[in-house]
Design a protein around this ligand. Sequence first.
Ligand code: A2P
Length: 269
Amino acid sequence: MNVMRDSHAVATQAMPDGQTVLSLRHWDDRLFSFRVSRPVGFRFRSGEFVMIGLPDENGKPVLRAYSIASPFWDEELEFYSIKVPDGPLTSRLQKIGVGDKVIVRTKPTGTLVLDALLPGRTLWMVSTGTGVAPFASLMREPETYEKFENVLLTQTCRNRSELDYGADLHRRLMDDPLVGEVAAVKFRRHATTTREVSERMGRITDLIESGRIFDDLGMAPFDPAHDRVMICGSMALNRDMKRILDARGFTEGANSRPGEYVVERAFVD
Ligand code: A2P
């Protein structure tokens, strides 16, 4: 720990873009979230990601892509991370404390933005694991509720404790001064586990193919005429969701060419 603090001190002096950790929470032995100060003048669109990290023992930055889990208007930046015991970044990032510095590069990018979707009626945000992070941003974004009548967040995880962060996001959303009222009407969360028994079980892909999720939520099956889908999960989920949507006539969108769905990989693994 002392060694890390020493290297921090060196890096903080050398790196003017170090942001201060303001709060953090460990959700279980594999997941944690934290909030840092916002770099002065930093602008991004809700749903985008940035490179963040820590200096190594030589002061050289070790950076990874992280979705910003707070909306564009928030004074702080939130991130949600897994802890990989021997991961070059997360093995050390998981040990940060309030007051420590984290490098935040201020070049946001990403395709999980509202501008990359054509107008529609229902927005589906489909995630596995830490892929929920960009949706933590978009679910607090007023424009999300201006553009869509229904906003549905799905998250599939192996175990129940991995769903705690999403459950907390949902609670915080209901208390949100800006969008809480409209979200109470338009937003719903559908969380499932695959390896531990819980209230709702199964991979989201299976629940879509069987039609179960549409029954559960009282929604009509996917239709490119009015459904829009944002996907953020493992490579396998992203691939399977693409296949499901392509087979139903959806077209993939991008910043330069809006479409009926967009996809991005959940980064740190
Ligand atoms: P499963 O337990 O059936 O593999 P991981 O921790 O491996 O990233 O997985 C996170 C969650 O995503 C797990 O619940 C896992 O289910 C699920 N998952 C993995 N692959 C797919 C896929 N191709 N489609 C849907 N869900 C998937």
